[in-house]
Design a protein. Structure first.
Length: 449
């Protein structure tokens, strides 16, 4: 099918020094939605000055039809754009052919190249930088040979910055991929050790997951205490309070962890980069170590923007479940966020329509605080059960140190003093209870029941 929506120019008048982009998208049927690609382009620092869409089958040579590429060229000229951002997976031959039709110096960027550019701008830690580099290499590897073929055909060595091709190029890319994977595995081992240390200290680990702009960071600020928890030896840049809750995609790339106090438990909340629609498997795998904080949590809060349409919410819920249930064993609680934007009765309609993929969601507004108390209760009820214990300890300095330790690592229900003894009724994680018993055993005379 041919045809589609005509290209149009926006009313913005940015300076010539700014990065100016035309966004474009081809769909097989229906109407193309440019909302997300426009947000992505803005997040990467582009001023979107024009839009173009087409509804038709893919053209092997140009992605779009030849006539639509001519429209794209004219739109680029009228807007003085410096880049064309295409919301499709554009092959190297198609990229080359489209670029050949555009004014000289105009860059052709596909969806995944743009995402990698954003990731590169947000990568403020060694782990994030390695993941971006790994994704870039995995993206480039299958294209290296094609680019070299294009360069040879058109007698343009170094086409798209690859350099003259020989067998060593592919070997070098594979070597770099292997080295980065090794370093990421080493970082992952240290992070797993840190997670276990936190569990041993009595913390439950709760991860926030969901698509970009679902409000995860705002919800985290609402739930978290003022105490920040560093993810690295130095202060993690993503813990800066000004770096969160901005209305843009990928405000942070690395994980952000903060302490949140529930009624009985202390939990550590971890927020990671949001999911994105239509990500290829190779890109998800490149950021697998970031997702480890989700996969290895005690509980996952899957945050969904309730102000979106039922169709959008369902699609994102299904995709999120596919990603999470592949490796995650922790319970998942769905959180309908931004309910302050809903009309009366709209929440009930969406609950009913989505009951198959979200059977018991918690409805909140991270912005206003509505429903957050109910969410705290739900978090405590869904976390792994604690064990109850009663210890009778002699009154001594060592015993008082143990009492203080139990207060720090569990929830004391009752503390009574009589006859040179202290009786402690408390709840805690099984590992904490076992350690308390062991410590109490060394406080003879003492008894545990």
């Amino acid at each position: 099918m041919t045809g589609g929506v005509e290209g149009r120019t926006t009313d913005t008048e940015p300076s010539a020094a700014e990065r100016r982009a035309v966004v474009a998208k081809r769909v097989e049927s229906g109407s193309a939605d440019l909302t997300e690609i426009t947000q992505l382009a803005a997040a990467a620092g582009y001023d979107v000055v024009g839009e173009l869409t087409q509804t038709r089958t893919e053209d092997a040579a140009f992605m779009f039809g030849k006539g639509k590429v001519a429209e794209l060229r004219d739109l680029v000229r009228r807007t003085d754009a410096t880049a064309v951002v295409i919301d499709n997976d554009v092959g190297p031959y198609q990229t080359f052919n489209i670029g050949g039709e555009l004014p000289e110096g105009v860059e052709v960027i596909d969806r995944f190249t743009l995402i990698l550019e954003i990731f590169g701008q947000r990568a403020n830690t060694r782990k994030a930088q390695l993941q971006v580099e790994l994704a870039e290499l995995r993206y480039e590897l299958p294209r290296a040979e094609a680019k070299a073929s294009l360069a040879k055909r058109d007698e343009r060595p170094g086409f798209m910055g690859l350099g003259e091709y020989d067998e060593s190029v592919e070997r070098d890319i594979k070597r770099q991929i292997s080295e980065i994977r090794d370093e990421l595995e080493s970082i992952a081992e240290k992070e797993e050790s840190r997670r276990e240390q936190r569990r041993d200290s009595g913390f439950d680990l709760v991860a926030l997951a969901g698509y970009t702009n679902a409000g995860k960071s705002t919800l985290m600020r609402r739930l978290a205490a003022e105490i920040d928890v560093d993810e690295n030896a130095e202060r993690h840049p993503d813990l800066d309070t000004t770096a969160e809750s901005q209305d843009m995609l990928f405000t942070t790339l690395g994980t952000t962890t903060r302490r949140a106090e529930m009624e009985k438990r202390d939990v550590l909340l971890t927020d990671t980069v949001g999911f994105i629609a239509d990500l290829p498997h190779w890109l998800v795998e490149s950021f697998e170590s970031t997702l480890d904080s989700v996969y290895r949590a005690d509980l996952v809060l899957l945050v969904v923007d309730a102000s979106e349409s039922v169709e959008e919410m369902r699609e994102k819920l299904v995709t999120s479940h596919d990603t999470l249930y592949e490796r995650n064993e922790a319970p998942i609680v769905t959180v309908f966020n931004k309910v302050d934007r809903l009309a009366p009765g709209e929440l009930a309609d969406k609950r009913a329509a989505l009951s198959g993929v979200a059977p018991d969601p918690v409805a909140v507004s991270a912005k206003t605080g509505a429903g957050v108390a109910e969410l705290r209760d739900r978090v405590e009820s869904e976390l792994p059960d604690w064990e109850r214990e009663r210890l009778v300890l002699p009154l001594s300095d060592d015993a008082m140190s143990l009492v203080s330790w139990i207060h720090d690592h569990g929830h004391v229900e009752e503390e009574a003093y009589a006859d040179d003894q202290v009786t402690l009724d408390f709840e805690a994680k099984p590992s904490i209870v076992a350690r308390a018993r062991s410590k109490a055993a060394g406080l003879a005379p003492a008894e545990s029941t």
